[in-house]
Design a protein. Structure first.
Length: 120
């Protein structure tokens, strides 16, 4: 009786191990791959040039900043003209030769929607 129980439980154990192993082999190989980013060119960027629909290209990324604009600490007239444009220089200098803080840099990823591929 005990012997039979031993055989059965050993068999169940190895079947479970084999199941996990096969399941692992069948898992998609590209699990670690990051989803490809959307590629956005200058023409598409330029179609989002108003405060309500404001995209900017900064350091090779495209950012949808419409939701952020009302929270931006400067006067709206300083940041709004950059909607729809390549704005790396403006971002890096605040248009007055001073860098944004690391806190500002840390906000950017939240608004990233794609990679800027240039063109007009
Ligand atoms: C690209 C056009 C932009 C321009 C011209 C611009 C300009 C400015 C100016 C004039 C100030 C206030 C004065 C000062 O702190 O020196 C400021 C502050 C700030 N901006 Fe911008 N900004 C731009 C884009 C952004 C973006 C895209 C973000 C983040 C998503 C951002 C985040 C901040 C933050 C957090 C501050 C507070 C001060 C700091 O952290 O540096 N700005 N910006």
């Amino acid at each position: 009786m005990m012997r039979k129980l031993f055989y059965v439980s050993t068999a169940v154990f190895w079947i479970a191990v084999a199941g996990l192993w096969i399941g692992n082999l069948m898992a998609p190989a590209d699990q670690a791959a990051v989803a490809a980013e959307r590629e956005i060119g200058g023409a598409e960027l330029a179609r989002h040039a108003t405060p309500d629909d404001c995209w900017m290209a900064i350091r090779g990324g495209v950012y949808d900043l419409a939701a952020y604009l009302p929270d931006h600490p400067s006067r709206p007239s300083i940041i709004e003209p950059w909607c729809g444009k390549e704005a790396t220089e403006a971002y890096d200098t605040k248009t007055k030769g001073r860098k944004h803080s690391p806190e500002a840099d840390a906000l950017l990823p939240k608004y990233r929607i794609g990679r800027f591929i240039g063109g007009s």
